[in-house]
Design a protein around this ligand. Sequence first.
Ligand code: KG4
Ligand code: ZN
Length: 331
Amino acid sequence: MNTIILAIESSCDDTAAAVMKNGKVLSNIVAGQLVHEKYGGVVPELASREHQKNIVETVDLALKQSNINLNELTAIAFTQSPGLIGSLMVGASFAKSLAQSLNIPLIAVEHMQAHVLAHFINEPKPSFPFLCLTVSGGHTQLVVMRDYFKSEITGKTLDDAAGEAFDKAAKILGLRYPGGPLIDKYAENGNSKMFQFAKPNIPNLDYSFSGLKTSYLYFVRDELKKDSNFIQNNLHDLCASIQQSIVDHLMKKLLLASKQTGIKQIALAGGVSANSGLRNAVEQSGLDLGWKTFIPAIEYCTDNAAMIAMAAHFKYLAGDFASLDCTPSAR
Ligand code: KG4
Ligand code: ZN
């Protein structure tokens, strides 16, 4: 029998829907929300309202592109946690109603787990155990994956997430939200050694980005006092230098984790894994150290519903279904 899953992702500011048949992606639609750009970050209330506006059309489009009818679906999946509670509620309510009306199982998926399981969408797929650096706007974790749903977090951020560090650095430069992709773009033509900032010094496999951000903020503020055009005149070098600092910190702990665990299958996941500096650094370390590296296609790095469908596919096979009275959770 075929397994055909419609998955919905609405944890933050992207409304996404995907259809997956027997583990293969048939469609993967993401509707972004430009409304947050001018606020410098996601406004939760606005995000919920935008999800309400976009969800029907997004699901419709995912079904149309996949050439699958509602009555062919065998399960409905949704992101249960973590995320903005109002945003999660929109996806959860929609998924539950649909599952009930079609009388098919409901599958609840954890967003961070789905980011990691995105590695099973395309070849080459990692085998267990593998080490995954999961870096998004809300999380930064080093995870040892022992099985699809069996993992150990060996390190995590003690303050800001890596994506937040990118977005805050961008905000300091007056760039719009989300700033991570813009820093990446401007960094391409910049000198990453031009400016130096305080290096985080955190024990074990944990991360910290708040000191780096403060160091960057004070540096830019002091330079602006001397030259009001400092940012415009140095934008590319400023972006390249902060990107290098963030990537160096991420890589330092990833290298240590690989050394400590002896695991040489190394994966990247989450929105920040779209960053070209980080992708290059992991690939280079892979060549230097004999790692087998797994870096997802960009469309599966940032938030998407195909990864929710992938996690749901494995849950479906394991018979792990949610009840209709389950509720989303922010954490
Ligand atoms: O995984 P994701 O799409 O959403 C969350 O679950 O948070 O990650 C979003 C984060 C944002 O902070 C965004 O600025 C960052 O990923 N990001 C990037 C790049 N693309 C997305 N950061 C640096 N370079 C990029 N190319
Ligand atoms: Zn995410």
